[in-house]
Design a protein. Structure first.
Lengths: 480, 308
């Protein structure tokens, strides 16, 4: 790091960067001589290294990136425009340039701006369009031919938007505004001791880590052999952030709660790695899920495993980001290494179990493909009183059941089942309106606050439950 | 305790939240010798609160009980004294994420108003960040300063009493993000730009009216902001209720005793396990929307300041 530069300001080799073109994002490792494919363009990132994040580039004919020059917007000379479209016939013949003509221009190396100008001049209907229609036409052509790519620093905002657009199945269709609600409702902040249980490729974990800024600690509960942290590595957190990140297998939770926890049978570990590296087509994620595959899940994965590169959210192999694991030396040292790692894992597990046993976590975040009720009922035991918890579920019904079971259990107040509704707007003079499409659903949240659990059940928890409900007759007449 | 750090036990000087039941709570300043009246009776701070664990149940003099909660910005938002219309957690959540705020961030805000958003911002940027908040109303600015002091966060925030449209935020080239919730945000866009770091940052403007949004978007474009994006977010809450619907009497077929059509004893008709045959009703759990919901708070416009 050169003196005088803020860490994270410049694009460095080994970073995880996000390519952005209009509203399309893709996360890639910054490596020299590595061909990147993004939005139908091929290029190398070498020239981008050293520039500041947020810089916009153009792709040259050689496949190199070049910072976009600040150019004067050439306004079309003719201000001629029509008043409406009554005489405009869409016969597909108004553009005089053919596919080949345009290709020839591109091959000659003509800049996108010039191509757009040519298209305008060769359009017979352009001058009949209204000013608004002309504006729309130019915007559309610019989008297609003036390909500029911005390289942005990853953040929760960028990554959650990217995942929701490209691979929602990997994150249980958690829409980014729902994630935003979780972080705030959960009062995620520096210094917390958080318990996180998620099967969202590590996106939720990353979001929590970002909001904690390396302070405090996180215990990630995981199903199966190990936690998936593919998205987490994208955030580019500095190494110290991971010092206080622990993990604990769900399969040991029951024994921990009943006091019979032991490290004798550790969950089986794929290839000696506690952290699962995601291969570039996300197949590891699917392997992890294979035991609990539901029919619905396999439809999702069928859609996702479309192998065209455009579908790929990331070209990330966790190794690339400098997140090194053992590279597997093929000799007998390997055996000793394995044993040493086993010991270390055991030691860590015992430490994490001790942390959980303190039952003083500052909050719980759950966002997984599993039914939330059993998760909540057991994981809440590890949370201190007067602390928030938030559960995400793609569907509403499991949360209805969760709510009911929590009421029966007691020890929680302020239970709220909610969803957020998000709408984007086009704002232009005289042309402002909501955008054409909006997301149909972004999942549901159940949130609440823990209180001291009254172990003497009988009447007190019932009374409590009644006090917590609003009287249904006052607010809503039941259908009769 | 403080709004940026959890504590376990209630101490003298804390701000605690008294929870009485569904959507019924209020803040108290914990003080030796004081008493607080509730509909369940009196709470004596010295004996009932100080030294108790947060989250405890406290029995009041008339026999009823309440829970004492640790304050959070979200609970504060629901219970703070309004001096102005405030922002609620739904908008605050998306603002926090879209402005990419985190520990260490430097944020500028105007107007401070009742401090609802301010508390949430301070919580997010703590312990190493800072909030510069500007309020042109002198008493509100002073009240905000007082509250931040009481809540143990004054080291994380600077309140300036001036007009942001005329005099800006009082800082330049240091902010990661700027937030505007004022009547004429387009007049402050230029000041926002200079408060933001040279290498870039994020801006957000909150306006109830679309005309304000149009002017602001134009101003942002003129000042070279990119990625201008306007959205709105609404919260839908569901009440979890067990609903019983009666089975209509469609009469009986002449010979047969069982009715044709809906046969509630048929397992395939039991969507959820509670079919009550005796009373001819079907029970099920439902997430019932509220009769009324908030339909509009304001439009949120986000943009990026970048070098290029």
């Amino acid at each position: 790091m050169e003196a005088g530069t803020r860490p994270g300001l410049h694009i460095c080799e080994g970073d995880c960067a996000v390519l952005k073109r209009d509203d399309v994002f893709k996360a890639v490792p910054v490596l020299r001589r590595r061909k990147i494919i993004f939005e139908k363009q091929w290029f190398y990132l070498d020239n981008a290294i050293g520039h500041i994040y947020g810089t916009t580039f153009e792709v040259t004919s050689g496949g190199n990136l070049q910072p976009k020059q600040e150019m004067e917007e050439t306004t079309p000379e003719t201000k001629e425009a029509g008043t409406d479209n009554r005489n405009i016939v869409d016969d597909g013949k108004s553009q005089k340039l053919t596919h080949d003509d345009i290709k020839a221009l591109k091959d000659k190396g003509i800049k996108g701006q010039e191509i757009v100008q040519q298209l305008i001049e060769n359009s017979t209907t352009f001058r009949d369009k209204t000013e608004f229609a002309q504006d729309k036409y130019i915007k559309k052509k610019k989008k297609k031919y003036e390909a500029v790519i911005t390289i942005v620093r990853p953040s929760t905002r960028i990554l959650s938007t990217m995942y929701y657009a490209r691979e929602p199945g990997k994150i249980n269709h958690l829409r980014y505004d729902t994630l935003a609600q979780m972080l705030t409702l959960g009062n995620i902040h520096a210094g917390n001791k958080m318990i996180v249980m998620e099967t969202c490729a590590g996106l939720v974990l990353g979001a929590v880590m970002e909001r904690m800024g390396g302070y405090g600690s996180i215990i990630q509960m995981y199903p199966g052999g190990g936690p998936v942290r593919a998205a987490t590595s994208c955030f580019g957190f500095p190494k110290p952030f991971f010092n206080n990140l622990h993990e604990f297998p769900l399969s040991k939770v029951d024994s921990l709660l009943s006091g019979t926890f032991s490290t004798e049978t550790l969950p089986s570990e794929p290839e000696d790695n506690a952290l699962v590296e995601e291969e570039s087509n996300g197949s590891i994620d699917e392997k992890q899920a294979s035991i609990q595959e539901t029919e619905e899940e396999s439809t999702e994965t069928a859609m996702e495993s479309n192998q065209t590169e455009e579908q790929e959210t990331m070209d990330i192999n966790a190794e690339d980001i400098g997140f090194k694991e053992n590279q597997g030396k093929e000799n007998k040292e390997n055996v000793r290494e394995k044993q040493r790692k086993q010991q270390e894992r055991r030691k860590k597990l015992i430490e994490t179990a001790a942390l959980l046993r303190e039952k003083n976590a500052d909050g719980l975040i759950v966002a997984s493909k599993f039914h939330p009720t059993p998760l909540l009922l057991s994981l809440l035991e590890f949370v201190a009183p007067s602390r928030p918890f938030v559960v995400y579920c793609q569907y509403k019904e499991p949360l209805l059941e969760c709510y009911t079971k929590l009421r029966e259990r007691g020890g929680v107040i302020n239970l709220k089942l909610s969803e957020t509704w998000l709408r984007s707007y086009q704002v232009l003079p005289d042309r402002s309106h909501p955008k054409l499409t909006m997301s149909g659903g972004g999942g549901y949240l159940l949130s609440g606050i823990t209180v001291v659990l009254d172990k003497s059940k009988c009447d007190s928890s019932n009374l409590e439950a009644l006090k917590m409900e609003e009287p249904s007759s006052k607010k809503r007449k039941s259908a009769s | 305790m403080s709004f940026v750090e959890y504590g376990d036990t209630i101490k003298n000087g804390d701000t605690a939240i008294v929870f009485l039941g569904h959507e019924s709570m209020f803040p108290v300043k914990v003080q030796h010798g004081t008493v607080t009246q509730t509909k369940y009776g009196v709470i004596r701070h010295s004996t009932d609160l100080i030294g108790k664990k947060y989250g405890s149940k406290v029995t009041c003099s008339k026999g009823g009980w309440v829970f004492i909660l640790h304050p959070t910005p979200e609970l504060w938002t629901m219970n703070l004294p309004h001096r102005t219309q405030i922002l609620y957690s739904t908008d605050i959540s998306i603002i926090t994420m879209m402005l990419e705020l985190k520990p260490g961030s430097i944020v500028c805000e105007s107007g401070t108003g009742s401090g609802s958003l301010s508390h949430a911002l301070i919580r997010t940027v703590a312990p190493t960040g800072h909030l510069y908040t500007v309020e042109f109303h002198q008493q509100r600015a002073e009240k905000a300063r007082e509250e931040f002091r009481e809540h143990g966060v004054e080291h994380l925030v600077t309140v300036t009493n001036q007009d942001v449209c005329k005099n800006g935020f009082g800082v330049s080239n240091i902010a990661d993000a700027v937030f505007l919730d004022i009547p004429s945000p387009w007049e402050a866009v230029g000041h926002a730009k200079s408060a933001l770091k040279a290498e870039g940052g994020r801006i957000c403007s909150f306006s109830p009216c679309i005309e304000q949004v149009q002017r602001t978007c134009l101003a942002m474009e003129e000042h070279g902001f990119t990625e201008i994006n306007t959205l709105e977010i609404l919260l839908r809450v569901y009440n979890v209720r067990t609903i019983s619907l009666q089975i209509p009497d469609l009469g009986k077929a002449s010979e047969d005793n069982s009715s044709i059509g809906f046969d509630s004893s048929n397992p395939s008709n039991q969507g959820s396990p509670c079919t009550n045959l005796q009373q001819g009703t079907v029970q099920f759990k439902s997430g019932v929307p509220l009769r009324e919901m908030v339909g509009h708070t304001g439009y949120l416009t986000f943009a990026t300041k970048s070098l290029f």
